[in-house]
Design a protein around this ligand. Structure first.
Ligand SMILES: [Zn+2]
Length: 205
């Protein structure tokens, strides 16, 4: 039995925030959806859960959204367009094919805006990037874009991105498995369902 999930309890199996963002669509397999991001508030709640915002930034963005609901709706659509571009870009990596330049240009645009909101600061572990307070409703997508770029350009220093082979899944994840041949976003869900299907098919044979 499928348990209906919302953005508040959707699984975080991507191993990286940018991939978890792509995975805010429940299924990209034989069917598409449902989409967990149904409102700007969903996006804000998700960003807080992933540590992309702090509670005061969350409150500020929700106030902005309440003041300008139409603009909030447009910013949610922008974020979803980024999400779909990230899906195409990282799926291409998983297939070991070229990604589309238009998608890279779109990601670059978000990244540039994120870069304008950052400054270098000296902290505990040395010098790091620090984000200015999220004043704008584009801030979440911009921050995701910055993380996605870090992931994308570090391909030679990290494990590969893979696409879950589960039926009706298609989630993306970083393959941190020892052998480097992980097939499922989760062994408990997609992996177990695949084993049950295989077992039944073998019994029929
Ligand atoms: Zn899966």
């Amino acid at each position: 039995m499928e348990t209906f999930k919302t953005i508040a309890d959707t699984s975080l199996l991507g191993g990286h925030t940018a991939l978890d963002f792509v995975n805010t669509v429940d299924s990209r397999g034989e069917r598409w959806g449902p989409d967990f991001l149904t409102s700007f508030g969903d996006l804000v709640g998700w960003a807080l859960r992933l540590g992309l915002l702090d509670p005061s930034e969350r409150n500020l963005l929700l106030e902005h959204a309440a003041d300008s609901p139409a603009l909030a709706g447009a910013k949610l659509e922008d974020a979803k367009n980024l999400r779909e571009a990230l899906h195409r870009i990282f799926s291409a990596e998983a297939r070991e094919t070229h990604c589309d330049q238009n998608d890279l240009d779109q990601l670059s645009e978000f990244f540039r805006r994120a870069a304008l909101q950052r400054r270098l600061e000296y902290g505990k572990g040395g010098v790091t990037w620090s984000d200015a307070s999220a004043m704008s409703m584009t801030a979440i997508a911009d921050r995701i874009a910055a993380l996605a770029v870090d992931l994308l350009i570090s391909r030679q220093q990290r494990r590969p991105v893979r696409v879950c082979q589960g039926r009706n899944c298609g989630w993306l994840f970083l393959d941190q498995s020892r052998g480097g041949h992980r097939r499922w976003c989760s062994d408990k869900t997609c992996g177990s369902a695949a084993r049950v299907r295989k077992f039944r098919a073998e019994r029929v044979d």
